[in-house]
Design a protein around this ligand. Structure first.
Ligand SMILES: NC(=O)c1ccc[n+]([C@@H]2O[C@H](COP(=O)([O-])OP(=O)(O)OC[C@H]3O[C@@H](n4cnc5c(N)ncnc54)[C@H](OP(=O)(O)O)[C@@H]3O)[C@@H](O)[C@H]2O)c1
Length: 267
């Protein structure tokens, strides 16, 4: 499986300790801890991101792998197993080498009655999307590509041949277009893996229900963007202030190998 937080297997399964809401529990069932709301009747949008202790989202490699760890990959695997679709910005798909998700045996219970793997949905104006991501997905988990009407015509034809292409009028694919189209396809358990530009659009539109954030024990210093970037609140904007503040509550806080795993739900 391609991975935002990078791939790799841990020799020993990581042990997760619950700090909140039940301090001290060590028998945390991750699938239970991260379960989507039962029988959702609308798409539920969860983001999974990793940040350094000082708030950076991209490490020296230009990717998030510098921040990842075996426990982070384990959570990421569970979140992918739970979801119907992984939504990702095209820059992340390119940078992190996204491919169709590979099935995992441990998902058989999590995915009972659903395709063996979640679909990948890429958002792109340029349609510069890796061909393998389009052509090698299984038929029941075809890749979805969201784009705009003036995307390059020849790329559009290729994408439409091999994947489910959703074309939106206007200059931008709004998060509401994504959520509506996924809803029409019956894909209600949504996981977005960023990147920071796409995530900022979901947050700005008020369409992020949940943020799963790994705080990784690293300092990245200045220069690394936050997990949301672009638009108001970034340097260059008046007084660097944010245009919004949405309250969230912490659903749980777990710890493993010095990483903190937070799960925030929108109030
Ligand atoms: N720390 C973490 O958890 C984490 C998670 C994910 C990614 N990352 C890192 O973040 C970096 C990439 O993130 P990013 O913020 O630069 O980019 P991104 O959000 O992944 O992707 C931006 C691209 O998505 C497309 N896009 C976004 N919004 C769109 C819209 N409204 N309409 C149409 N297309 C739209 C455009 O694609 P086109 O250019 O194709 O037109 C745009 O260039 C990488 O370095 C990656 O490693 C970190």
């Amino acid at each position: 499986m391609s991975s935002t937080h990078s791939a790799g297997a841990s020799p020993e399964p990581a042990r997760f300790r619950e700090l909140l809401p039940v301090p001290g529990r060590t028998d945390v069932d991750l699938a239970e801890a991260y379960a989507y709301p039962p029988s959702p009747d609308r798409p539920w949008v969860r983001a999974n991101m990793v940040a350094s202790a000082d708030g950076g989202a991209i490490g020296p490699s230009g990717r998030s792998r510098d921040l990842s760890s075996a426990p982070d990959r384990r959570v990421m695997g569970v979140l992918r197993g739970l979801c119907d679709v992984v939504v990702v910005g095209a820059a992340t798909a390119r940078k992190e080498g996204y491919r169709p998700v590979r099935p995992r045996e441990v998902w058989s219970d999590l995915r009972a009655g659903r395709p063996a793997t979640p679909r990948i949905a890429v958002v792109s104006r340029s349609l510069d999307v890796d061909e393998e991501l389009l052509t090698t997905a299984p038929e029941d988990a075809r890749t979805i590509v969201f784009t705009v009407a003036d995307a390059p015509a020849e790329r559009r034809a290729f994408v439409a041949e091999h994947a489910d292409l959703v074309v939106v009028d206007g200059v931008s694919v709004g998060p509401e277009h994504i959520v509506n189209a996924l809803s029409e396809k019956g894909l209600y358990r949504v996981l977005t893996e960023g990147g920071p530009h796409l995530l900022a659009e979901f947050v700005g539109a008020g369409l992020l229900d949940e943020l799963c954030l790994t705080v990784s024990p690293h300092l990245l210093g200045a220069g690394s963007p936050r997990i949301v970037t672009g638009g108001p609140g970034t340097p260059g904007a008046p007084e660097h202030s944010s245009a919004m503040s949405t309250p969230v509550r912490m659903a749980h806080l777990l710890e493993a190998e010095g990483n903190l795993f937070t799960r925030y739900l929108r109030e």
